[in-house]
Every structure is written in C-alpha cells, then in structure tokens.
Design a protein around this ligand. Structure first.
Ligand SMILES: [Zn+2]
Length: 349
C-alpha cells in the first residue's frame, strides 16, 4: 500500500492558494470555496504556516462581505459572495448578492486563519439567511435565481450555528424538510421524493446535529436505517449511492454522517485508508475522486478530512458537523463567548 503523502498534499494546497488571484476581476463565484479547501486543508495537515500573509487573506475574505451598509436598506442580499464583483472596490451594484455556501465557507476560512469574526455583520447575515428560506423549509443558495435543496439548508444551519443565533431560520420547518426527504431505502435525498445520496445525507444529518435535534428528531428505526444505509456504502472506500463507484469525497460525507450518528466504530478504516491512499497523485500531491482520475481541491480536502475522522496520524481532529479542525472551533468558541457579552442581534425581514 502507498504511504500517506503528507508533504506533497501540503504543497498541493499551497499551489491552489497561490493560484487564486486575489485582486483580479472574475465571476468565478466558487473562489471562496477553493480558498476554504486550501486553507483548511493546510490547517488539517498542520501546515498553516505555509500561508505567508494570513492577514491579507483575511482582508480578501472580508472584502466579499455584503454588509448592511452596502445593502442600502435591503438586508435580504447580505452575506458573503464568492469573489469580487469588481477589482476597484467600487460600490456594489443592485445585482450583487450573497450565496449561502460562500457565507459558510467565508466564516469557516476566517476561523481557520484565527480571525475573531469581530467584523462580521451578524444582524445583516442573519437577515440574509432569513430571506433565503422557503415556505417548504428548504433554503435557496442565493436570492437571484438560486437553487434550493439540502446543500443550502446545511450551509444556512452551519452559519446559524457559527453565529450562535437561529433567528435567521425556522428550525421547525427545517426539521420537517429533512424528515420529508428521508427515503424508502433509509438514506436522505436533496429534497422530498428524490434519490438518496451520500452528500445530501451528510447535509441532513449535520443540520439536525447543529440544531441539537439529532436525538429528538429521529425515531430509533430511522436512525438505525440511516446507519445501515451509510455502512452499506463501503466497499474499500465509500460510494455515494448504491451501485456507484467508490469516491474519495464520501470518505468525509459518509464518514461524518456515521460519526454524528455515533456509528463510526463500524467502519473498516483499514480498507478505507487503502482506498483513499490509492487516489493520491504521487507527483503533484492532492487526491482524485478515484485512482488515476486527476487531483482536485474538493476531493483532496474531503479525502483528507475523511482520513482525519478515521484517526489518521499527523492530521488535526475534525469537527464532523462543521468540517473544520477542532482548533478552528476553539477560535469560534471564543468569538461566541465575546458575542454573549454584547447586546443581542436579530434577523429582520
Ligand atoms: Zn466525489
């Protein structure tokens, strides 16, 4: 079996970071998630020192925040966007609005870099979340033409959990949406009547966990069924659906679901490791979805955070519901303690 190429993966993430042109105009809206994978990946590897100018990265993230000042009275647009709308820092236009996945990954990135979140406009962000939730309990990704499914429910829950305030979400409707998305085969889909999937199962389980309702919301039968569905995903690695090829990203999606459901001890970590190691690129570093497919930042991050769940030596422990290191969660706890001494903020319509 191949060994774990710790140093090469650090170099791979460093390369991903350096190839993110911080100041250039781009409509590449996923740049924030790419930054998150690279920074948080270096953190898990214990190599955050490779980020030479953490402060400038922090400043870049804050420049993507659409605060109440920039919203011009319409807080429904508030949150983080994925990249600059323009390079000059000129005022945002009326079409500029946040994306809930970018808000989640922006906050997570700030925490990983040790920022205390003191410049986060919490009231505005919570109002932005509130504008995204639909009557059926699901959440839109973004106000303008966004999709709505379990991915964005999870991101909204992660943001609410981090901000330590649920006024931006109707938790009862959220819970009902999750429960309506549980399927006949015991897995969970992106929404009612769709196909069970490893990614949506994680998003649903983590949402319940972040709301503190994982124990109360599920019957014993539903919980056992979920554990059975997740464990049935393992060959060597995990797949995301029955009869699909194993894929390194499910090392985290399925692994974290099982950890949250208190059933990780049933995972064959020896087999899992063998599969994830086989997806490493020995030349460039990084992990691919399956052996020989070509490394990408998402699979590299999720493969490594999944190995952390499996107790991999040399990796920091991970918070299974937030998908950041326990060190980043320590930074979060300090921010939350400080907020509790301040006057409360609330989401507004
Ligand atoms: Zn994948």
């Amino acid at each position: 079996m191949m060994e774990f190429l710790h140093k090469r993966h650090a170099r791979y993430f460093k390369f991903c970071m350096d190839s993110i042109p911080g100041e250039y105009t781009s409509l590449d809206t996923s740049r924030m998630t790419l930054l998150f994978y690279a920074v948080s990946g270096l953190d898990l590897l214990g190599q955050l020192d490779l980020v030479q100018d953490k402060q400038s990265v922090i400043e870049w993230v804050y420049r993507q925040q659409i605060t109440s000042e920039l919203c011009d009275g319409d807080l429904s647009r508030a949150g983080f966007r994925g990249s600059p709308a323009n390079s000059s820092g000129a005022p945002l236009n009326q079409w500029d609005c946040s994306h809930v996945t970018m808000t989640y990954t922006a906050l997570a990135t700030l925490l990983v870099l040790g920022d205390d979140l003191s410049r986060v406009d919490r009231a505005a962000l919570l109002s932005g979340l509130r504008a995204l939730q639909l009557p059926d309990g699901s959440s839109l990704s973004s106000l303008h033409g966004g999709e709505s499914d379990m991915r964005f429910v999870y991101c909204a829950a992660a943001v609410s959990y981090m901000l330590d305030d649920w006024s931006g979400m109707d938790r009862e409707k959220t819970r009902e949406y999750v429960l309506r998305s549980m399927r006949y085969d015991h897995g969970i889909s992106q929404g009612p009547l769709l196909e069970s999937h490893g990614g949506s199962t994680f998003c649903a389980v983590a949402t319940l966990a972040l709301m503190g309702e994982l124990d109360s919301a599920l019957t014993e039968q539903q919980r056992d069924g979920l554990v059975f569905w997740c464990l049935s995903r393992q060959g060597l690695g995990f797949n995301g659906r029955p009869n699909k090829q194993e894929d390194s990203c499910y090392t985290f999606w399925i692994g974290a679901s099982l950890r949250l459901l208190d059933a990780y001890q049933f995972v064959r970590t020896d087999l899992l490791r063998e599969f994830v190691y086989s997806t490493q690129d020995p030349i460039t570093g990084g992990l691919s979805k399956w052996p020989g497919h070509g490394a990408d930042p998402l699979h590299t991050y999720l493969g490594i955070s999944g190995l952390s769940l499996a107790g991999q030596e040399g990796l920091k422990p991970i918070h299974a519901a937030l998908n950041v290191s326990s060190d980043a969660v320590e930074v979060l706890r300090r921010a939350q303690a400080r907020w509790r001494d301040l006057p409360p903020v609330k989401a507004v319509d």
